[in-house]
Write a protein that binds this ligand. Structure first.
Ligand SMILES: [Zn+2]
Length: 293
């Protein structure tokens, strides 16, 4: 029987097969590297805002905030396997634009199992979009969780505990959202990470006064390095080795401020900045933390 394929088509098919084979090996390598026993925390360089991507050793994916625009979508695509269009957990710390906007894109593109936030109320079109999207996601099967002090997410040996707000804020109106920011402390084996949203020093102090355990190896510095956050007392309580600051290059707020950089330096803390280094990745085996810049 005469072949239906021309020589050119046959060569094309062979090449495609070869590429597929190579691709399989590449993916196996990626999975091997991504394999169990490592926790990865990426403070994403999304400009002036916050977005933190976490991959647990069991390959669960958690996103804390989405930054100010759609840039987060590119960052997720780089980190998730090409076939994965879902996230296990999305956390909105507070509905300010530089944390919220990217999540509006994420919720439209990704299936999300759990969406965690405070349920606080505020004005504004983007807040309304968020609430409408939550309703839509809930109909599609997402679970919406209102979080407060003491709530925990567990995945294997990874535990993420909410340290702020201290009470349920669902339905409460706030003009200034920073005080309501969801603070999370993640522990994996002997390592710990503290994510402080944009909370000001008053909330830092309130957590200290409430005897909450804040001690952490890594601190995601509050409010992009604003001088009204990261007080000396707070830095002493957290006592981190590493501080990660998410701020946009040449932002108009002057973040991070000299005051905070100085406080971190005085305490001998290694400081990583997305405006200088781009994405900052920390990898933990439960004992040690390695920094990939
Ligand atoms: Zn912010």
């Amino acid at each position: 029987m005469k072949s239906l394929l021309t020589l050119k088509q046959k060569i094309g098919l062979c090449l495609a097969g070869l590429l597929l084979l190579l691709n399989v090996f590449t993916w196996q390598e990626v999975f091997a590297l991504n394999g169990p026993h490592y926790l990865k925390v990426d403070v994403l360089d999304i400009g002036q805002g916050d977005s933190i991507f976490i991959e647990t050793p069991d390959m669960r994916h958690i996103l804390i905030d989405g930054g100010p625009d759609s840039a987060v979508l590119g960052k997720l695509a780089e980190r998730l396997p090409f076939f994965k269009k879902s996230l296990d957990v999305v956390i909105l710390t507070h509905p300010d634009q530089d944390h919220l906007m990217g999540l509006l894109y994420v919720l439209q593109k990704y299936k999300v199992d759990y969406i965690i936030w405070t349920g606080m109320v505020r004005d504004g079109a983007n807040y309304s979009k968020w609430v409408a999207l939550l309703e839509q996601k809930q109909q599609q099967g997402s679970k919406i969780i209102i979080t407060k002090l003491g709530d925990k997410i567990k995945n294997g040996n990874v535990v993420i505990e909410t340290l702020n707000p201290s009470e349920n804020l669902e339905g409460t109106f706030f003009k200034e959202a920073n005080d309501t920011g969801v603070v999370e402390r993640l522990t994996y084996g002997k390592n710990s990470f503290l994510f402080t949203a944009d909370i000001p020093s008053e909330i830092e102090q309130a957590m200290i006064d409430a005897n909450i355990n804040l001690a952490s190896d890594v601190l995601k510095v509050g409010h992009h390095g604003s001088k009204y956050s990261s007080s000396e007392t707070f830095l002493q309580e957290v006592n981190p080795n590493i501080a990660a600051i998410s701020a946009g290059a040449h932002n108009t707020y002057g973040h991070p401020t000299q005051e905070v950089l100085q406080r971190l330096e005085n305490s001998g803390i290694t400081t990583l900045r997305t405006d200088q280094s781009g994405d900052v990745q920390m990898v933990s085996d439960g004992e040690n933390i390695k920094i990939n810049k």
